[in-house]
Ligand binder design. Structure first.
Ligand code: SF4
Length: 695
């Protein structure tokens, strides 16, 4: 490429949004940046409309280029210098920690941060702040699948095989996943499968864009996926479709699962879930009687107070059929956020150190403390999952100051009004973002950060493939990277060794810290990534191979076998009743992304999806006296949302749906339930009890 000064005219990089990390080419034009699609194994030349318009935010009028400061509670945010802003943060942190101790300062990260930033944030929290309180919004994304994967396989990598394996399967079962809307280029792999005569089966309470393409659509009552999975295994057992040799040689714990699923009679599961017995049999047969089958779960199955057990039920099914580790077969989770995979490996999680090591493991503490040059005994212990962290803010047991990087919990947290009130009660709220998100609007200090086209780094996509993010241009004057911000704060807060700000240097340190852990990056270098289409972890040696496929010969458990766990259905945390007679569920739409702080500002996306809505069945609408487009209220025990009605036969008459991208009166998370999965800390976003009224 020709170059302008030290910067190229064109770079090969990846989309800033979702975990598919589609390949892109960015070109510098006279007055901006142009996005082009690039052939990459995940997207194969495709982009969705979010990707095509991603550069619209680079020079957007809402872009922050100066720090903002609030001088007194209730006052307005005003422009400030970097020294003023950083001094205020450092003084606030020191004051809170002096009065309440190190744990009184908390850090909240994001699944969109690069690997380098996620790592630096974890190190900053544990070494500079000495707080145990760090967690991130990925806790609300795939933590249930992560916990279930660790429990069964001894490791959590969203897809333990390359995405292209989907196209080689004979049957693909998607559970609570809607990639035709959330990551459309993925459907190219599904098209491969269909063209080979393979079958797509979708489990979803709504007839989504993905379900409408399926050969078979199971439309269960929300919250009954676990029972459906157990019924599928029950059928496989009674029909003699198990892979007995695989179960005997490669797994443990099946006998208890066999006893448990024996009670999941298909007719009873039909009564519970609404899925016809014939469809249960057809699904079990389609998975069990082919050479290659893949089962994938996503948020629809996972965002429940029993999300870990629901994923476990589908893993049990996959293991009983002998799928994991076989070419073109297996179980996987479709991670959502751009760095949802890498973001959970490098120390942003409350219970983990870099390399996906447990923070309560003495050997892990010793190793990572050695890399950081600190005493292992000085490292804090485990913190608490994201919602518990936020819900305790400003209370006697919680933190008094919060630093937010790459997240917008005012819109994305469950029971969001309560979280908002907790944020307002803080002594100090600091938000690093490139726009005034709804969370930034509450902050005492807002720090403007670089965007994806202005920074180098790495991301790890949904396949566990480590990729390069490449900068096309410098950040605007007045903007800093998160690494620079963390280094500047560390310099003010400690007199220890300065934090590196060069992402390549941070990545090298991350590799050393991860060495020997499950997510081992020690053998990965930026040059090695550049030389190929990324590198799959684990990759422990510079000269050794990476690992596109896991589990071929053994599972990374002490005995090399995968572990079955018997799991049983239990009702939603909040059952429907006379006052709240309908099920409420949430999700995404094609043209918006997560809390919408970015995509709501892109004109083309706003035209495509201008606002929230409430999807309800025409029969239900008729009963309620609601017509298409009429304003309705969705009311739960925690709050309400108001949005226009959208009538659709795609949804069950006993269930209503709203997307969660919008704030204010349309905020779906004003309604959602903060009941948590006891293992993963995942909130029950996907089902609660509501009533719907004309507004
Ligand atoms: Fe970006 Fe995901 Fe769309 Fe690809 S599918 S262009 S990664 S948002």
């Amino acid at each position: 490429a020709t170059r302008r000064g030290s910067r190229p005219e064109q770079v090969a990089t990846h989309c800033p949004y979702c975990a598919l990390q589609c390949g892109m080419v960015l070109s510098a034009t006279g007055d901006g940046v142009e996005v082009g699609a690039r052939d990459f194994p995940t997207n194969r030349g495709g982009l969705c409309q979010k990707g095509w318009t991603a550069a619209d935010l680079l020079d957007h009028p809402d872009r922050l280029t100066t720090p903002l400061l609030r001088d007194r509670p209730g006052g307005e945010l005003r422009l400030a210098t970097w020294d003023e802003a950083l001094d205020r943060v450092a003084a606030g942190v020191q004051d809170v920690q002096h009065r309440h101790g190190p744990d009184a300062v908390a850090v909240f990260g994001g699944g969109g941060l690069t690997n380098e930033k996620a790592y630096a944030l974890g190190r900053f929290a544990r070494v500079t702040l000495r707080t145990r309180h760090i967690d991130y919004n990925g806790r609300w994304c795939m933590s249930s699948a992560a916990a279930a994967g660790n429990r069964a396989f001894g490791i959590d990598r969203g897809l333990p095989f390359p995405l292209a394996d989907l196209g080689r399967a004979d049957t693909l079962l998607l559970v609570g996943a809607n990639p035709a809307e959330t990551m459309p280029p993925l459907m190219r792999h599904v098209t491969d499968l269909r063209e080979r005569g393979g079958r797509l089966i979708v489990v979803d309470p709504r007839a989504t864009a993905t379900a409408r393409q399926a050969d078979l659509h199971l439309q269960p009552l929300p919250g009954t996926d676990l029972a459906v999975a157990n019924a599928l295994l029950h059928i496989a057992l009674t029909e003699g479709w198990l892979d007995r040799a695989y179960v005997a040689e490669r797994t443990t714990g099946f006998d208890e699962v066999r006893r448990t699923v024996a009670g999941y009679w298909p007719a009873e599961v039909e009564r519970l879930s609404g899925v016809p017995v014939a469809d249960l049999y057809a699904t079990a047969r389609a998975l069990a009687t082919v050479d290659r089958a893949v089962i994938l779960t996503a948020r629809g199955a996972e965002q429940h107070a029993k999300g870990v057990d629901t994923v476990t039920a589908f893993i049990n099914l996959a293991l009983a059929l002998g799928l994991p580790g076989r070419p073109g077969s297996g179980y996987g989770c479709l991670t959502g956020q751009g760095n949802g995979q890498g973001g959970r490996e490098h120390g942003q999680k409350a219970d983990q150190l870099p390399g996906y090591r447990r923070i309560d493991d003495p050997a892990a503490r010793e190793h990572v403390a050695g890399v950081w040059g600190v005493d292992p005994d000085a490292l804090p212990g485990p913190g608490v999952p994201a919602y518990q962290l936020l819900d305790a803010l400003g209370t006697p047991s919680g933190a008094r100051a919060l630093l937010v990087f790459g997240s917008n919990p005012v819109v994305s947290a469950p029971r969001a009004a309560r979280v908002e009130s907790r944020l307002r009660a803080l002594d100090l709220l600091v938000v690093a973002d490139f726009v005034r998100s709804e969370t930034a609007e509450l902050a005492d200090v807002v720090l403007p950060v670089a965007q994806w086209a202005e920074e180098d780094g790495t991301m790890t996509n949904l396949e566990g493939r480590v990729l390069r993010r490449r900068a096309l241009r410098e950040p605007p004057a007045g903007v800093r990277t998160e690494l620079e911000i963390l280094a500047a704060l560390a310099g003010r807060l400690t007199d220890g060794a300065p934090l590196p700000t060069d992402p390549r240097e941070v990545f090298a340190e991350l590799g050393r810290a991860s060495a020997g852990g499950p997510a081992d990056y020690a053998g990965i270098t930026w040059d090695r990534i550049d030389a190929d289409t990324g590198v799959f972890w684990p990759c422990p040696d510079r000269d050794g191979p990476d690992t596109p496929r896991l589990f071929a010969d053994r599972f990374p458990t002490p005995d090399g076998r995968a572990r079955f766990h018997a799991v049983t259905h239990r009702p939603a945390a909040e059952p429907v009743c006379a006052d709240y007679p309908l099920h409420f569920t949430t999700g995404r739409v094609l043209a918006q992304y997560q809390s919408g702080a970015q995509t709501r500002r892109v004109a083309a996306l706003r035209r495509a999806a201008p606002g929230g809505f409430v999807e309800l069945h025409p029969d239900l609408a008729a009963r309620l006296g609601v017509t298409e487009g009429a304003p309705v209220r969705v009311v739960s025990r925690r709050g309400e949302l108001r949005a226009p009605a959208r009538l659709s036969t795609a949804i069950r008459p006993d269930t209503v749906f709203a997307p969660f991208h919008w704030p204010g009166a349309q905020r779906a998370n004003s309604v959602t339930n903060d009941a948590l999965d006891p293992v993963s800390g995942m909130p029950e976003f996907k089902i609660c009890a509501v009533r719907v009224e004309p507004a």
